[in-house]
Design a protein around this ligand. Structure first.
Ligand code: ADP
Length: 265
Protein backbone atom coordinates (compact mmCIF):
# COMPACT_ATOMS: atom_id res chain seq x y z
CA UNK A 1 0.00 0.00 0.00
CA UNK A 2 1.06 3.55 -0.65
CA UNK A 3 2.16 5.63 2.37
CA UNK A 4 1.59 9.38 2.10
CA UNK A 5 3.09 11.75 4.64
CA UNK A 6 1.44 15.10 4.07
CA UNK A 7 3.05 18.25 5.44
CA UNK A 8 3.67 16.56 8.78
CA UNK A 9 4.94 18.54 11.77
CA UNK A 10 5.68 17.17 15.24
CA UNK A 11 6.59 19.22 18.30
CA UNK A 12 8.32 17.79 21.34
CA UNK A 13 8.40 20.19 24.26
CA UNK A 14 9.04 23.62 22.76
CA UNK A 15 10.79 22.33 19.64
CA UNK A 16 9.49 21.51 16.20
CA UNK A 17 11.32 18.24 15.65
CA UNK A 18 9.64 17.28 12.36
CA UNK A 19 8.91 20.32 10.26
CA UNK A 20 6.44 20.24 7.36
CA UNK A 21 7.65 16.93 5.92
CA UNK A 22 6.02 15.60 2.79
CA UNK A 23 6.95 12.15 1.45
CA UNK A 24 5.11 9.80 -0.87
CA UNK A 25 6.18 6.14 -0.68
CA UNK A 26 4.75 4.12 -3.60
CA UNK A 27 3.25 0.69 -3.06
CA UNK A 28 5.96 -1.93 -2.54
CA UNK A 29 8.87 0.52 -2.27
CA UNK A 30 11.57 0.60 0.41
CA UNK A 31 12.19 4.14 1.66
CA UNK A 32 15.34 4.81 3.70
CA UNK A 33 15.07 7.75 6.08
CA UNK A 34 18.54 9.12 6.69
CA UNK A 35 19.96 12.14 8.47
CA UNK A 36 22.40 13.05 11.22
CA UNK A 37 21.67 12.33 14.88
CA UNK A 38 18.83 14.47 16.17
CA UNK A 39 17.43 15.28 12.72
CA UNK A 40 14.00 13.84 13.54
CA UNK A 41 14.13 10.40 11.90
CA UNK A 42 12.86 8.40 14.87
CA UNK A 43 10.22 11.01 15.65
CA UNK A 44 8.94 10.83 12.07
CA UNK A 45 8.69 7.04 12.34
CA UNK A 46 7.01 7.31 15.76
CA UNK A 47 4.40 9.63 14.25
CA UNK A 48 3.65 7.05 11.57
CA UNK A 49 3.12 4.28 14.12
CA UNK A 50 1.09 6.50 16.36
CA UNK A 51 3.48 6.92 19.31
CA UNK A 52 3.52 10.71 18.94
CA UNK A 53 0.75 12.94 17.71
CA UNK A 54 1.54 15.43 14.95
CA UNK A 55 0.63 19.10 15.44
CA UNK A 56 -0.01 19.51 11.72
CA UNK A 57 -0.34 17.42 8.59
CA UNK A 58 -1.53 13.86 8.13
CA UNK A 59 -0.42 10.35 7.29
CA UNK A 60 -2.40 8.00 5.13
CA UNK A 61 -1.78 4.36 4.25
CA UNK A 62 -3.64 2.93 1.29
CA UNK A 63 -5.73 6.10 1.23
CA UNK A 64 -6.82 5.72 4.88
CA UNK A 65 -6.02 8.67 7.13
CA UNK A 66 -4.44 7.22 10.28
CA UNK A 67 -5.98 9.93 12.45
CA UNK A 68 -9.47 8.66 11.69
CA UNK A 69 -8.78 4.91 11.74
CA UNK A 70 -9.46 2.95 14.99
CA UNK A 71 -6.33 1.56 16.66
CA UNK A 72 -7.12 -2.04 15.78
CA UNK A 73 -7.49 -1.25 12.09
CA UNK A 74 -4.41 0.96 12.18
CA UNK A 75 -2.47 -2.07 13.49
CA UNK A 76 -3.39 -3.87 10.26
CA UNK A 77 -1.96 -0.98 8.27
CA UNK A 78 1.54 -0.78 9.77
CA UNK A 79 3.80 -2.99 11.87
CA UNK A 80 6.98 -1.84 13.60
CA UNK A 81 10.42 -3.28 14.19
CA UNK A 82 11.72 -1.07 17.01
CA UNK A 83 15.31 -0.12 17.74
CA UNK A 84 17.55 -2.81 19.18
CA UNK A 85 16.20 -3.91 22.55
CA UNK A 86 18.00 -5.43 25.46
CA UNK A 87 15.76 -8.19 26.71
CA UNK A 88 15.57 -9.63 30.15
CA UNK A 89 12.07 -11.02 29.94
CA UNK A 90 11.82 -14.79 30.12
CA UNK A 91 9.59 -15.25 27.06
CA UNK A 92 10.39 -17.75 24.36
CA UNK A 93 11.13 -16.37 20.90
CA UNK A 94 7.97 -18.09 19.69
CA UNK A 95 5.87 -16.24 22.27
CA UNK A 96 7.48 -12.93 21.28
CA UNK A 97 6.53 -13.53 17.64
CA UNK A 98 3.01 -14.47 18.82
CA UNK A 99 2.57 -11.03 20.41
CA UNK A 100 2.43 -9.72 16.85
CA UNK A 101 -1.03 -11.29 16.69
CA UNK A 102 -2.49 -9.25 19.56
CA UNK A 103 -4.13 -6.78 17.24
CA UNK A 104 -5.92 -9.71 15.60
CA UNK A 105 -6.98 -11.88 18.54
CA UNK A 106 -7.05 -9.52 21.54
CA UNK A 107 -5.86 -10.82 24.88
CA UNK A 108 -9.32 -12.12 25.77
CA UNK A 109 -9.73 -14.51 22.85
CA UNK A 110 -7.98 -17.80 22.14
CA UNK A 111 -5.34 -18.18 19.54
CA UNK A 112 -6.88 -19.43 16.31
CA UNK A 113 -5.40 -21.56 13.57
CA UNK A 114 -4.90 -18.41 11.49
CA UNK A 115 -2.72 -16.99 14.28
CA UNK A 116 -0.60 -20.13 14.50
CA UNK A 117 -0.20 -20.10 10.71
CA UNK A 118 0.80 -16.43 10.70
CA UNK A 119 3.47 -17.08 13.36
CA UNK A 120 4.82 -20.11 11.48
CA UNK A 121 4.89 -18.24 8.19
CA UNK A 122 6.71 -15.30 9.77
CA UNK A 123 9.27 -17.60 11.39
CA UNK A 124 9.84 -19.33 8.04
CA UNK A 125 10.10 -16.03 6.12
CA UNK A 126 12.80 -14.81 8.50
CA UNK A 127 14.65 -18.13 8.67
CA UNK A 128 14.02 -18.15 12.42
CA UNK A 129 12.19 -21.46 12.92
CA UNK A 130 15.05 -23.02 14.88
CA UNK A 131 15.18 -20.03 17.22
CA UNK A 132 11.50 -20.28 18.17
CA UNK A 133 11.80 -22.53 21.26
CA UNK A 134 14.72 -20.57 22.73
CA UNK A 135 14.40 -17.90 25.41
CA UNK A 136 14.41 -14.52 23.63
CA UNK A 137 16.91 -13.14 26.15
CA UNK A 138 19.49 -15.80 25.20
CA UNK A 139 19.55 -14.87 21.50
CA UNK A 140 22.34 -12.89 19.84
CA UNK A 141 21.60 -9.36 18.62
CA UNK A 142 21.13 -10.52 15.03
CA UNK A 143 18.87 -13.38 16.08
CA UNK A 144 16.81 -11.03 18.24
CA UNK A 145 16.29 -8.61 15.38
CA UNK A 146 15.15 -11.49 13.19
CA UNK A 147 12.60 -12.47 15.84
CA UNK A 148 11.37 -8.86 16.12
CA UNK A 149 11.06 -8.76 12.34
CA UNK A 150 9.12 -12.04 12.49
CA UNK A 151 6.84 -10.52 15.14
CA UNK A 152 6.13 -7.56 12.86
CA UNK A 153 5.47 -9.89 9.90
CA UNK A 154 3.13 -12.04 12.01
CA UNK A 155 1.00 -8.93 12.45
CA UNK A 156 0.30 -9.20 8.68
CA UNK A 157 0.11 -5.44 8.33
CA UNK A 158 0.15 -3.82 4.92
CA UNK A 159 3.35 -1.88 5.57
CA UNK A 160 6.46 -2.23 7.71
CA UNK A 161 8.37 0.43 9.68
CA UNK A 162 11.90 -0.25 10.91
CA UNK A 163 13.93 1.97 13.24
CA UNK A 164 17.66 1.45 12.71
CA UNK A 165 17.17 -2.31 12.39
CA UNK A 166 20.89 -3.05 12.03
CA UNK A 167 22.04 -1.05 15.06
CA UNK A 168 24.42 -3.02 17.30
CA UNK A 169 24.59 -5.96 14.88
CA UNK A 170 27.84 -7.44 13.65
CA UNK A 171 28.66 -7.01 9.93
CA UNK A 172 27.31 -10.39 8.83
CA UNK A 173 24.05 -9.98 10.78
CA UNK A 174 23.64 -6.47 9.28
CA UNK A 175 24.01 -7.74 5.72
CA UNK A 176 21.67 -10.70 6.34
CA UNK A 177 18.97 -8.57 7.98
CA UNK A 178 19.05 -5.89 5.32
CA UNK A 179 18.92 -8.43 2.50
CA UNK A 180 15.88 -9.96 4.20
CA UNK A 181 14.17 -6.57 4.61
CA UNK A 182 14.97 -5.67 1.00
CA UNK A 183 13.40 -8.92 -0.23
CA UNK A 184 10.01 -8.31 1.44
CA UNK A 185 7.19 -7.36 -0.92
CA UNK A 186 5.34 -4.78 1.19
CA UNK A 187 5.90 -1.02 1.41
CA UNK A 188 8.66 -0.37 3.95
CA UNK A 189 10.15 2.65 5.69
CA UNK A 190 13.50 2.09 7.41
CA UNK A 191 15.51 4.58 9.42
CA UNK A 192 19.10 3.81 8.45
CA UNK A 193 22.37 5.26 9.67
CA UNK A 194 24.61 3.78 7.05
CA UNK A 195 24.47 5.76 3.80
CA UNK A 196 25.92 2.87 1.82
CA UNK A 197 23.18 0.55 3.09
CA UNK A 198 20.62 3.08 1.87
CA UNK A 199 22.32 3.21 -1.52
CA UNK A 200 22.47 -0.58 -1.76
CA UNK A 201 18.96 -1.50 -0.68
CA UNK A 202 16.50 1.38 -0.79
CA UNK A 203 14.33 2.42 -3.71
CA UNK A 204 14.08 5.94 -2.28
CA UNK A 205 16.05 7.94 0.26
CA UNK A 206 14.56 10.79 2.29
CA UNK A 207 17.13 13.03 3.94
CA UNK A 208 16.18 14.89 7.11
CA UNK A 209 18.20 17.80 8.46
CA UNK A 210 17.07 19.67 11.55
CA UNK A 211 13.57 18.26 11.15
CA UNK A 212 13.19 19.32 7.53
CA UNK A 213 13.16 17.17 4.43
CA UNK A 214 16.09 18.39 2.35
CA UNK A 215 16.05 15.73 -0.40
CA UNK A 216 13.97 12.75 -1.47
CA UNK A 217 14.48 10.48 -4.46
CA UNK A 218 16.47 7.49 -5.72
CA UNK A 219 19.50 7.11 -3.38
CA UNK A 220 22.02 7.34 -6.23
CA UNK A 221 20.60 10.75 -7.18
CA UNK A 222 20.18 12.02 -3.62
CA UNK A 223 23.51 10.97 -2.09
CA UNK A 224 25.79 13.43 -3.84
CA UNK A 225 29.05 14.77 -2.43
CA UNK A 226 27.42 18.20 -2.04
CA UNK A 227 24.58 16.74 0.01
CA UNK A 228 26.71 14.57 2.30
CA UNK A 229 29.06 17.51 2.87
CA UNK A 230 26.26 19.92 3.72
CA UNK A 231 24.11 17.57 5.79
CA UNK A 232 26.47 15.01 7.30
CA UNK A 233 29.76 16.94 7.26
CA UNK A 234 31.51 14.22 5.25
CA UNK A 235 32.69 14.11 1.66
CA UNK A 236 31.54 11.12 -0.35
CA UNK A 237 32.02 9.34 -3.63
CA UNK A 238 30.29 6.39 -5.28
CA UNK A 239 32.74 3.77 -6.52
CA UNK A 240 32.36 0.27 -7.92
CA UNK A 241 32.73 -2.24 -5.10
CA UNK A 242 35.59 -4.59 -6.03
CA UNK A 243 33.86 -7.64 -4.53
CA UNK A 244 30.21 -7.15 -5.39
CA UNK A 245 30.59 -5.00 -8.54
CA UNK A 246 27.81 -2.76 -7.30
CA UNK A 247 27.90 0.99 -6.54
CA UNK A 248 29.34 1.60 -3.09
CA UNK A 249 29.35 4.88 -1.17
CA UNK A 250 32.59 5.77 0.57
CA UNK A 251 33.12 8.77 2.84
CA UNK A 252 36.04 10.91 3.97
CA UNK A 253 36.41 13.83 6.36
CA UNK A 254 35.79 17.30 4.96
CA UNK A 255 39.11 19.02 4.24
CA UNK A 256 39.36 22.01 6.53
CA UNK A 257 40.38 25.21 4.81
CA UNK A 258 40.36 27.42 7.90
CA UNK A 259 43.50 26.08 9.54
CA UNK A 260 45.90 28.66 8.09
CA UNK A 261 49.10 27.99 6.15
CA UNK A 262 51.13 24.86 6.95
CA UNK A 263 53.80 25.18 9.60
CA UNK A 264 57.11 25.74 7.70
CA UNK A 265 59.01 23.59 10.20
P1 ADP B 1 17.04 11.10 15.19
O1 ADP B 1 16.23 9.84 15.17
O2 ADP B 1 17.24 11.67 13.83
O3 ADP B 1 18.36 10.94 15.92
P2 ADP B 1 15.02 12.07 17.01
O4 ADP B 1 13.74 12.00 16.26
O5 ADP B 1 15.31 10.99 18.00
O6 ADP B 1 16.23 12.21 15.98
O7 ADP B 1 15.10 13.45 17.80
C1 ADP B 1 14.95 14.68 17.12
C2 ADP B 1 15.17 15.80 18.08
O8 ADP B 1 14.13 15.81 19.05
C3 ADP B 1 16.48 15.71 18.86
O9 ADP B 1 17.09 16.97 18.85
C4 ADP B 1 16.05 15.31 20.24
O10 ADP B 1 16.92 15.85 21.20
C5 ADP B 1 14.69 15.94 20.33
N1 ADP B 1 13.79 15.24 21.25
C6 ADP B 1 13.57 13.91 21.32
N2 ADP B 1 12.68 13.62 22.29
C7 ADP B 1 12.35 14.80 22.86
C8 ADP B 1 11.46 15.20 23.92
N3 ADP B 1 10.74 14.29 24.58
N4 ADP B 1 11.36 16.53 24.21
C9 ADP B 1 12.07 17.45 23.55
N5 ADP B 1 12.91 17.15 22.52
C10 ADP B 1 13.05 15.85 22.19
Amino acid sequence: MQIMINNLSVRLGMRTVVDDVRIDVPDGALLAVIGPNGSGKTTLLRAIYGAVRPVAGSISIGGQDLASVPARRAARLRAVVPQFQHADVGLSAHTVVGTGRHSHVGWWTHEQEADRDAVQTALRQTGAEELAPRAFSTLSGGERQRILLARALAQQAATLLLDEPTNHLDPRAQLDLLALVASLPMTRIAVLHDLDQALAHADLAAVLHQGRLVACGPPAEVLTNDLTTAVFGVRSAVIMHPLTQRPHLVTAPVVRTDMGPPDPT
